[in-house]
Design a protein around this ligand. Sequence first.
Ligand code: GTP
Ligand code: MG
Length: 235
Amino acid sequence: MRKPDVKIVLLGDMNVGKTSLLHRYMERRFQDTVSTVGGAFYLKQWRSYNISIWDTAGREQFHGLGSMYCRGAGAIILTYDVNHLQSLVELEDRFLGLTDTANTDCLFAIVGNKLDLAEEGAAEDQENEQDSSREAGGSCVPAKVPKQVKLEDAVALYKKILKYRMLDEKDVPAAEKMCFETSAKTGYNVDYLFETLFDMVVPMILRQRAEGPPQTVVISDYEKQPKQMKSGCCA
Ligand SMILES: Nc1nc2c(ncn2[C@@H]2O[C@H](COP(=O)(O)OP(=O)(O)OP(=O)(O)O)[C@@H](O)[C@H]2O)c(=O)[nH]1
Ligand SMILES: [Mg+2]
């Protein structure tokens, strides 16, 4: 298997559409999903770089695995549902702590998915909506509901994340650049989300290559690893 140059992880509550976003990007379609068990990963070649993208389970029972998936991540996509405020709240309450194991220069994107179901999203559907509604199985169009989460709420969370990670706003990409609204169903903004992040992680890869492999072993990191990791899991 090709060795990934960088790791990107999708985190967020169950049902927000993490798996659907990845399917839309990797397989170019919207299809039925089942709630993810544990996690799964895709390998994407972007220019000459290999990027692993990890899909995680939002269900509470898999919560303990989250920090393991985030270990060494170069970017984390915190995903919520624009029509479900609690899913944004959960990002701060339940998921942010899992990112402690990510790289110190890890990038954060905050993504509000299911924009097609929100009233404000109606005008933003892309030309591939026609295709996706056919794939989704017919003419039944779900009723639109007022959008519960505003983009400014996501921007506020991004700023909280910077505080939590003790980062200065001037050293990281601006909040407005890192907060996205998407629809896995219509494809709206999905390529833009992933490809913006890919472009941003390339300099990290180049920096790592220039520095070469780490010369030291951090014993405390080793001790924190779950026992099963010692026998060759690929995370
Ligand atoms: N209308 C609409 N439905 C979506 C969208 N994205 C996902 N869904 C639906 O929402 C449900 C959950 O989607 P998943 O992608 O399985 O959600 P998940 O975040 O991976 O959930 P877990 O694996 O349980 O953490 C499915 O019924 C999807 O078809 C979207 O952009 N628009
Ligand atoms: Mg899933």
